[in-house]
Design a protein around this ligand. Structure first.
Ligand code: GLY
Length: 289
């Protein structure tokens, strides 16, 4: 049985001096997931491992390096879905944790599918998550007058393991200078992500409100169920953004491991690997050679 893993580091504009960091970060994330899948590990473990790398890398707007809200604080959203059981775990507007994706993953075993704010942090504390002071996640210089923002992005990963299990995960610091408590698409199933072993898996990045209003992940899943190829499915989903505006990028794989990805942003950092590839591939734009 084949295994496949695809990650993204966000639909966004990537300045020339950030290209190497985006490629390197995505490849490191792929390597972490690949190490698990080639040993016969689970798709859920691989997705968590890949996203933890991206959350630790200040190149990406997730975990350490998250954008700041209008109060100058970091609030993060993350989600994980296990396509075998359709189990869901998600946190939103959580503060003071190093790896939101690991808390979402821990929630797969619990009845709630989404915990927000202080409730999400209490769950993290109760389950021994790695905590930090909220300010520790703010990049040096990112809260001053010359603050650099990430435009918009999110990180995500979808994997298929050798047992045919599919998992999808997302993690984000949200959009720059949004209202405190604002939640985008990333922790909402059918909007920013979805996974079902019988169909495939998908993870999006971009303008959360626009993605949520157009149900992009649900559209991709429906197209895969209708036997569309992943590339056609994700490209078709993005056409729906025309009604509401906004930018997005999505990564997709189907139940037999075929991969697709597309974006209407200027760049979309993506890397993927399968058991039949010698080395992973990384791209920053769909039209890159
Ligand atoms: N896609 C990330 C967000 O809008 O929060």
């Amino acid at each position: 049985m084949t295994w496949v893993l695809i990650v993204h580091g966000g639909a966004k504009e990537i300045a020339p001096d950030q290209e190497d960091a985006n490629r390197r970060g995505c490849l490191e994330a792929v390597a972490a997931g690949q190490a698990i899948l080639e040993q016969g590990g689970s798709a859920v473990d691989a997705v968590e491992a890949a996203i933890r790398i991206l959350e630790s890398d200040p190149t990406f707007n997730a975990g350490y390096g998250s954008d700041l809200n209008a109060d100058g604080e970091v609030e993060m959203d993350a989600a994980m879905m296990d396509g075998s059981s359709l189990s869901l775990g998600a946190v939103a507007a959580i503060q003071g944790v190093r790896h939101p994706i690991s808390i979402a993953r821990r929630m797969l075993a619990e009845p709630p599918t989404l915990l927000v704010g202080e409730g999400a942090r209490r769950f993290a504390v109760a389950h021994g998550a790695e905590l930090c002071e909220p300010g520790e996640l703010i990049l040096p210089g990112s809260d001053g007058p010359d603050r650099k923002t990430h435009d918009h992005d999110t990180v995500g990963c979808v994997a298929l393991d050798t047992s045919g299990r599919i998992a999808a995960g997302t993690s984000t610091g949200g959009l720059d200078e949004t209202l405190p408590g604002r939640v985008g698409d990333s922790p909402l199933p059918g909007c920013g992500f979805y996974a079902d072993d019988q169909v495939g898996g998908v993870a999006f990045s971009g303008d959360g409100e626009c993605i949520a209003r157009t149900l992009l992940a649900a559209r991709v899943m429906q197209a895969l169920e209708g036997s569309q190829l992943p590339q056609a499915a994700v490209e078709a989903s993005l056409t729906h953004l025309a009604r509401v505006g906004g930018e997005a990028g999505g990564i997709v794989l189907d139940r037999v491991g075929r991969v697709g990805w597309a974006h209407n942003s200027s760049h979309f950092a993506v890397a993927w690997v399968t058991d039949s590839m010698r080395t992973p591939l990384v791209r920053l734009r769909q039209d890159e050679e």
